[in-house]
Structure formats: C-alpha cells, structure tokens
Design a protein around this ligand. Sequence first.
Ligand code: B12
Length: 340
Amino acid sequence: MPEDLQDGRPDGGPGGPAARPAGPGERWRIGVLAARVGVSETLLRAWELRYGLLSPTRSASGYRLYGPEDERRIRAMVAARDQGVPAARAAAEVLTAERATAAGRAHDEEAAEADRVRREHDAEVAREDLRAAMVGYDVTAMHDTIDRVLRSVSVEAAIRDVLMPFMHEVGRGWSTGDYDVADEHFATEVVRSRLSALAVGGAPRTGPLVLLACPPGETHDLALKAFEVVLQRSGWRTRFLGTQTPTRSLLAAAEVVEPDLVVLAATRRAAFHTDDPALTELRTRWPLAIAGAGADAALAAAWGATHLSGDPVASAQQLVPQRLRGTIRRSGPEGPVQSL
Ligand code: B12
C-alpha cells in the first residue's frame, strides 16, 4: 500500500499492546501509530511538540510518517507514566536511555572493529616475524613467535590466520625465487612439528573416528594435519597416515580402524586415481571426503564423496556439528553428495 494511503485505521486489529510487531522500515500516519500504542493522536502530537519524543519523516505529499522507533519511545513513555512518573521527566528519561543505548551500541561496534583490525595486524606482524626468523634459520624465534600467537588467540585462529597463510607466503616466495628451498623446508619442519604437537593429548575423545591420508605421490600433508588438529580439539578421534599412503595400505588400515569417515587430501587432481581398485573399494565401504586443491565437486559427485572445499579450519568447523552417521552416509551410487 502506498505510504500516503495508510490512514488512521489500525492495521493489526485493535490497537495498543496487541498490535503486530513492526518491521524496521515501516512507516505509518499518526492515526495508525495512535491505534498501535493506544494513545490518542492529540496526546501524541503534544508529546512530539513538547518533548520531541517523536521523530517523523515526511511522505512525498507532506504527511508526517512515524516508525517503530517512535512506537518504542511512546510505549516506554506510557509505561513510565503508568508508574506515576510525571510526563516531562518520563520523556527526558526515555530520550536519555535511548541516547545511552545508541552510544553503547556504537561503542560495541567500534570496539569489535578495533579488535578485528588489531587481530589482523597482530597476525600480519606474526607472519612477518616468522618470515624473518625463517630466512635467518632462527628456530628459537620461530617457536617464540608461534608461542606468542598461541597465547593470544585460539589454536584455530592461529592456524587459519597465521600458520596456513604463512605457508602460502613461503610458497609464493619460493616460486618467485625470493626464498630458497632450504627456507621452505625449514619453515615446513617447524610448522609441521607444532601442528603435530597440537594434534596429540588433550581430553578423552568420543567423537567420530576419522582416517586421514594423502594418496600416493602426494607429499603435502600440512593442511591435512591442521584439519586433524581442529577435529581433535572438537572431540573427534583421528588416525593420521600422512603423505603418499599406498591405497592398499589405506584400505588395510580402514579395515582395522573401521572409520566413520576417510579423508583424502591432495594438491594435484592426478593424485586422486579414479581407476584405482583399492580406492574404489575404500569409497564403497566407508564414507569418504576429499580435500585440497586437487579435489573438486565433480570428482566428489562421481565418487559419492563429500567435497571439503573450505580451508582446513573452516571445513573442520563445518563438519563437526554434523551428526556424521546421519549426514555423511556410506558412499556409493545412491550416497548423498555434499560440499562443505
Ligand atoms: C610446504 C610445501 C611443500 C612441502 C610439503 C611438506 C608437507 N609435509 O606438507 C614439500 C617440500 C614436500 C613440497 C613438495 C612439492 N611441492 Co610444494 N608447497 C609447499 C607450500 C610452500 C606450502 C603447502 C601448504 O601447506 N600450504 C598451506 C595450505 C593450507 O594451503 P594449500 O595447500 O594451498 O591448501 C588450500 C586448500 O587446498 C585447502 N586444503 C589443502 N589441503 C587440505 C586438506 C583438508 C582436509 C582441507 C579441509 C582443506 C585443504 O586449504 C587451503 C586453503 O586455505 C606450497 C605453497 C602453497 N601455496 O600452499 C607449495 C606448493 C603446494 N608446492 C608445489 C609444488 C610444485 C611442489 C613440488 C612438485 C615441487 C618439486 N618440484 O618437487 C613438490 C611436490 C611433490 C609431490 N609429488 O607432492 C606447488 C603446487 C602447484 C600445483 N598445484 O601443482 C605449490 C603451490 C608451490 C607453488 N607456488 O608453486 N611442497
């Protein structure tokens, strides 16, 4: 209905407290507002003029239009008045409380933004420190930096915002020739050792059991390790086989472990051998998820597997709330395909 045609009739049955909740962008003529709050138009106008309690906008044809914020103030005013507070004081209190809430909200938003900027800056500084330590092969500085990060943010944030992006930067530097292979190997070893340390110990776990491996020919297992850390910290049980796992061996391990899920990660598509009989058997007997740059939704669909398309932290965090047996069922031609 065009705004000018919203006349004084109540729009939700009898007015006052029973009126339906207002949407944030709604605008009404004064009659509608009066009906909603159960206060006469004359009194509303008086409160508007005397106390500035209402802040109408104007319609195209010049009518005053009121909204949910006006309704909120009037309801607060009525409540105060019903408790015997004189009108002038009640109005002042309503407006003061509103200003305080607005200031509080702005302050919270500002604080959250400042916190985000600070965290981003801290992560950037930490990565810079890691890079400097790496090129000097300063193992103490590497560990000190990681310790510092782990003291100030969660393990998940440390992995997502510092360790994994740092490895990306190392890869970029390596491909442009800025970093030597030795730099990369050194950094990988430190990061790997920290992830491995984070992936052991802790509280007893009773969650689903996940078997993790890289297929033959695949030597990148850091992200898979990071994924394992997040799963473990969420109470899941894991068995990590690591790089270049022969598929027959993976199958043999699955027979012993009886996993709720097998996760295979690879950087290159070619590492997922589609015609490997051991892999075919594996994916028909246990739920399978594939991940890493070599995995894609089409392959997952062909295999009846789940595609873990996010980064290791996000994917683990999305997987954890799922009741595994219900949502990731045994794969096979009819099995559900998921992308997480
Ligand atoms: C460390 C490293 C190595 C180490 C690996 C050590 C280890 N144990 O992991 C070593 C030295 C062994 C290595 C070897 C090689 N590497 Co390398 N390596 C890297 C490096 C620097 C870091 C890898 C890493 O951990 N990244 C951090 C993770 C989080 O990022 P990501 O791998 O991009 O993964 C993303 C997603 O795919 C996803 N993901 C990945 N895995 C998983 C797993 C799960 C479960 C989930 C949910 C998500 C997920 O999460 C990330 C998004 O945030 C990368 C650079 C880079 N950009 O990553 C190169 C890189 C991966 N390597 C590369 C290459 C070319 C090689 C070699 C061929 C080099 C050579 N000539 O020998 C060999 C490969 C050997 C083989 N057959 O596998 C290329 C790959 C290009 C390609 N796609 O083909 C890269 C990208 C470097 C580059 N810029 O060219 N490498």
